[in-house]
Design a protein around this ligand. Structure first.
Ligand code: GLA
Length: 415
């Protein structure tokens, strides 16, 4: 760390210190950093995608097998644009399982379902692209997909990658079912290589469910990797995905992200406060923000969560460091993570189902040096608080709810 002053972050893990030091010093060119963390963060798929976590929509959580028809997809693309969700960053429109005919065509190619996608995928991609959006598709690193409705790509990697590229596909979610017990570390690299040679940059999501700890190897082959089994639209399911994903925080970096599965916000199984918790944790965890509800018919409350620009800015912060749980006391938790410009995102989370809790974030836990005075922006109230905080901040949080803040050291502290 020669030549670098990293005052506010001296208690943070090493890879994070490197990134912070460089971000802070890059402008003046005074930082020469040689560190093991650097090699780790540089090992990434060279397709240039995923510098920040991907944002978009996927059909599965709301529609299951029935969401890939061209009417739904076109209307969803229209709705992303007309509601303003596209403008705040949601760009990928992703088909999930069941988009294909049950068998390959005479040339061995995957073919779009003739009933639901009568004009084919290329026409759909053209439409989605004409709206300034990107089209994603789904396949499986096995012989059949999980719903068993269509063939998988195992053994057909090159052919399928070329087909996807020729259709204008921008994102591939690659599932893990019916694989004949072949190792993921063979199957996922094969498709990665095929995509890299297909002639079109395609964001590669390894949907390996965390089975063989893809956080450890995923960045060399993909831009994101699932760390969990499928999410359900309940508080317990959502929180357990958040917990399982959190332990891999050190592995996330620009170009490769931990994926605790797609959002359930707006699907009706949780309260509004619970959905705010869901979105806040996904944002601070630098998780892909892939909407899973029917955006053609969402409520104002759902929109207000999904379109919260201040929370999205935490997720998309170019520093790209995944926030972590920094303290737990019973059902009270503090999650925190650094952002560019010496700022810090903090989440005060009450997991108790009945009792309100007073939750205190101590600077010692969130990585700010003693004595640092900060301004706090409440990211859900959209308000900068009048009070300035030094060493700690304390708030009452209602059950199954969270408060989320962005802390900025006062200017005098930065000199
Ligand atoms: C798996 C994946 C899900 C979804 C279904 C489709 O369960 O993890 O996200 O794609 O398959 O069958």
């Amino acid at each position: 760390m020669e030549g670098c002053r990293v005052r506010p972050w001296t208690r943070l893990p090493a890879p994070l210190l490197v990134a912070l030091a460089c971000a802070a010093a890059a402008a003046v060119g005074e930082c020469r950093v040689v560190h093991v963390g650097e090699a780790h963060r540089r090992s990434m798929l060279a397709n240039g995608l995923g510098a920040t976590p991907p944002m978009g929509w996927n059909s599965w959580n709301h529609f299951g097998c029935d969401g890939n028809g061209e009417v739904v997809i076109r209307e969803t693309a229209d709705a992303l644009v007309s509601t303003g969700l596209a403008a705040v960053g949601y760009k990928y429109v992703n088909l999930d399982d069941c988009w294909a005919e049950p068998e390959r065509d005479a040339k061995g190619n995957l073919a779009a379902n003739k009933k639901t996608l009568p004009h084919g995928i290329k026409a759909l991609a053209d439409y989605v692209h004409s709206k300034g959006l990107k089209l994603g598709i789904y396949s499986d690193a096995g012989y059949k997909t999980c719903a068993k409705a269509q063939p998988g790509s195992l053994g057909h990697e090159e052919q399928d990658a070329k087909t996807f590229a020729s259709w204008g596909i921008d994102y591939l979610k690659y599932d893990n079912c019916n694989n004949g017990d072949t190792k993921p570390l063979q199957r996922y690299p094969d498709m990665s290589k095929a995509l890299m040679q297909a002639g079109r940059p395609i964001f590669f999501n390894l949907c390996e469910w965390g089975d063989m700890h893809p956080a450890r190897w995923g960045a060399a082959y993909g831009n994101s990797w699932r760390t969990t089994n499928d999410i359900e639209d309940t508080w317990n399911s959502m929180m357990s995905r958040a917990d399982q994903n959190e332990v891999w925080a050190e592995y996330a970096r620009p170009g490769g992200w931990n994926d605790p599965d797609m959002l359930e916000v707006g699907n009706g199984g949780m309260t509004n406060d619970e959905y705010i918790v869901h979105f806040s944790i996904w944002a601070i965890s630098k998780a892909p923000l892939i909407i899973g509800c029917d955006v053609r018919h969402m409520s104002q409350d759902t929109y207000d969560i999904l379109a919260n620009k201040e929370v999205i800015a935490v997720n998309q912060d170019p520093l790209g460091i995944q926030g972590k749980k920094v303290r737990m006391e019973g059902s009270s938790e503090i999650w925190a993570g650094p952002l560019t410009g010496y700022r810090t995102a903090v989440l005060l989370l009450n997991r108790h189902d009945k009792d309100e809790a007073q939750i205190t974030a101590h600077w010692d836990d969130i990585g700010l040096p003693a004595g640092t005075a900060v301004e706090a922006r409440d990211l859900w109230m959209h308000k900068t608080l009048d009070t300035k905080f030094t060493d700690k901040m304390s708030f009452n949080v209602t059950p199954h709810a969270a408060r989320m803040f962005m802390l900025t050291p006062l200017k005098s502290q930065m000199d």
